[in-house]
Ligand binder design. Structure first.
Ligand code: GLU
Length: 446
């Protein structure tokens, strides 16, 4: 098996030098798929995996804008259109200084499997810029978004490519991007998801990723006749995904002990309740302040420059960003009694950490399965836009739950191993792959 992966990866490394994150995500998929392809030679014969790892198109462009001091700034914008076998490209935009081609190719690659798992007709893409919205005024963010969309509009559209949010791109940015697209094209269409509810957005979209991760954990626990009540939960991050993971955990009777940002984490031994969570939402979404202020407000511990993985817990939600949980963190979590890890972020665990989760046989849900609720409700937003209609909260929440249940089922179907251990990584990768691969076979060599 290792030989198979190594020889496949050798060529991928030559073609994509220095793209560490992309290579990491491809090797994780290769570990699950290569063996499966041995028994399904049609995929090998038609070089489906080789084609899948080559983006259909990469767009890279200059984004010049003027800051509040009248100075010119230049950023680099991207859109990676990875695969459109099962639907138009779909995936978020990330605005963060760490954004580069490797990061966006890994995200776009993950996205095609994630979108396939939702069962909705969405291909995979991802985009963004190395722009940092932190510390920028609203008008600076607006000018940046307008400049970014002035190029991007040529490459996207409601039947072509439908971006959404990701790190650094929330309701405010989607609003500015949508405004500029509408102004240039002169049409009001569902070109972006995550829009405000008053202008074509879907209810539950803000909550969807966080709620979905918790629904996924509930499905995993159900298999053991267990539930979230009384479970000690640690969460990294304090953005959209982390906030609504916390909200749902609290509603289900779990005790949320930590949240974090890029500067450190807070540990509230009494648990973050809904009142304290409202404080965090205001702090992060309106004041755009630091999580440290929570510790000052509620008199709990703050750990600067640290991640929360050393806090004993039952369930961990890595909900911040890629590679935030390494091998040592995995060892610490498990030796402290953690028996379930569910990823709200994309690829937050390193490969060594994943191997440790697998060999320890804990419940481990990879991001592409666990956090698919966000893009799933984006898919429902596209449906509502096409219908020119808006569904109720209850209806969308029900649909979200059903989609997550189905994703869990697919993982169980393809990931069941000896002694009824479910390898969710293998399950998610193969289930996501089969649908895209079959569509690619049907559509010929394109
Ligand atoms: N950025 C989110 C993700 O990683 C959502 C993408 C979308 O809604 O299109 O799945």
């Amino acid at each position: 098996m290792e030989l198979l992966v190594d020889s496949f990866m050798k060529e991928v490394e030559v073609r994509n030098p220095h793209e560490e994150e992309f290579l990491q995500s491809v090797s994780e998929i290769a570990e699950s798929i290569l063996l499966y392809m041995e028994d399904h030679p049609q995929y090998k014969k038609y070089k489906v995996l080789e084609r899948m790892i080559e983006p259909e198109r990469v767009i890279m462009f200059r984004v010049p804008w003027v800051n509040d001091h009248g100075e010119i700034e230049v950023n680099r914008g991207y859109r990676v259109q990875m695969n459109s076998a099962i639907g138009p490209y779909k995936g978020g935009l990330r605005f963060h200084p760490s954004v580069n081609l490797s990061v966006l190719k890994f995200l776009a690659f993950e996205q095609i499997f994630k979108n396939s798992l939702t069962g909705l007709p969405m291909g995979g893409g991802k985009g963004g810029a190395d722009f940092d919205p932190k510390g920028k005024s609203d008008l600076e963010v607006m000018r940046f978004c307008q400049s970014y969309m002035t190029e991007l509009f040529k490459h996207v559209g409601p039947n072509m490519d439908i971006p959404a949010g990701d790190i650094g791109v929330g309701a405010r940015e989607i609003g500015y991007l949508f405004g500029q697209y509408k102004r240039i094209k002169g049409e009001f269409t569902g070109v972006l998801t995550g829009k405000g509810h008053e202008w074509g957005g879907s209810l539950i979209r803000p909550e969807a990723t966080g709620y979905g991760v918790v629904y996924f954990v509930q499905e995993m626990l159900k298999m053991r006749n267990d539930n979230l009540k009384g479970k000690r939960v640690i969460i990294s991050g304090s953005g959209n995904v982390a906030q609504f993971t916390a909200e749902k955990c609290i509603a289900e009777g779990a005790k949320v002990l930590t949240m974090s940002d890029s500067k450190g984490f807070v540990y509230d031994a009494n648990g973050i309740d809904s009142h304290k969570l409202a404080y965090i939402m205001h702090l992060k979404n309106v004041k755009r302040g630091r999580i440290k202020e929570y510790a000052e407000e509620f008199g709990c511990e703050y750990f600067p420059n640290e991640k929360p993985w050393s806090i004993p817990c039952d369930i961990a939600f890595p909900n911040a960003t890629q590679n935030e949980l390494d091998h040592q963190d995995a060892l610490t979590l498990i030796s402290n009694g953690c028996f379930c890890v569910a990823e709200g972020a994309n690829m937050p665990s390193t490969r060594a950490a994943i191997h440790h989760f697998e060999s320890s046989k804990i419940l481990y849900a990879p991001g592409k399965a666990a956090n698919a609720g966000g893009v799933a409700v984006s898919g429902l937003e596209m449906s509502q836009n096409s219908l020119r209609y808006s569904w109720s909260r209850e209806k969308i929440d029900r649909k979200l739950k059903v989609i997550i249940e189905q994703i869990h089922q697919s993982c169980v179907q393809y990931g069941r191993e000896e002694n009824d251990y479910i390898n969710y990584v293998k399950g998610a990768n193969i289930a996501g792959f089969v649908k895209i691969a079959d569509a690619m076979l049907a559509q010929g060599i394109v």
